[in-house]
Design a protein around this ligand. Sequence first.
Ligand code: HSE
Length: 304
Amino acid sequence: MTIKQFRVYAPASIANLGPGFDVFGVALDGLGDYIKVKRVSEPGVRIQIKGFEADHIPVLAQQNSAGAVMNAALDRIGDSVGVELEIEKGIPPGAGMGSSGASAAAAAVAAQKLMGFELPQRELVKLAAQGEAAVAGSAHADNVSASLFGGFILVGDGYDVVRMETPDIGFVVVVPDVKYENKTKMARELLPKTVGLKDAVRNIGFASRMAAAVAMKDPILFGKSMCDSMIEPHRAGMIPNFHLVKLAALQAGAYGCSISGGGPSVFAVGENPAEIGKAMVEAFGDTKSKIYLTRPSNLGTRLV
Ligand code: HSE
């Protein structure tokens, strides 16, 4: 290890995008986490957090997505050095915008830098996914891959990721003021162990159309493919007025609308995201909510 101190940025992301549970992800523009990384002689990983809801994010390395990744990397290096991570949260945690995934991605890229060599793509994804395993109890790689590589990603078996440039279209993410402990874990526990053939076929159809839309750079088909029969019905109940919010988005001109990752935020895409967002906020009724206007980004995690 020769580098002493540096800073990494990782973008927020939306996972699933409707039909692609644990497979699809897209990186977002203008929202992300920064991590300042400092190599120190005292062994172990120490974490400080500032920014969005910093007080609610664990600083114990094994309970923090970035810390868990760095722990795993230091084990791999087998070096008796330590690392200090100063995490600046630009992504609200627990909202469904890949907050833990972005911190994990930033830590994985930081670990590579500390190791002084680039890991094979699958190894890098697997390392970052350990951050999700630490905080969500499942090493899903959709958010971390989108954060790592930017663009639109498809996660395959064994952390094999295909990356494509995304179509450009307005996104709005509306985050309702509802909080769940261990949200992603809870949202995954809501899902059935098996799915019906009819629902699976419908999802395969929309997922295939979405991948085709990305390949053809067709933002309208991209948005219209955001339909999901397998996951959304089981998670809708964790979001107040979900069906009204979705209807409001579509009536305001959205091409598509679904739950953002594990929720409880809801995202929509269209040409008029500000108007769509306003309609969604109204449909949330008494539940306060916050709007994030963004676009997909083709840039992934990087040193800044
Ligand atoms: N694919 C994951 C899920 C994303 O929906 O549970 C959550 O971060």
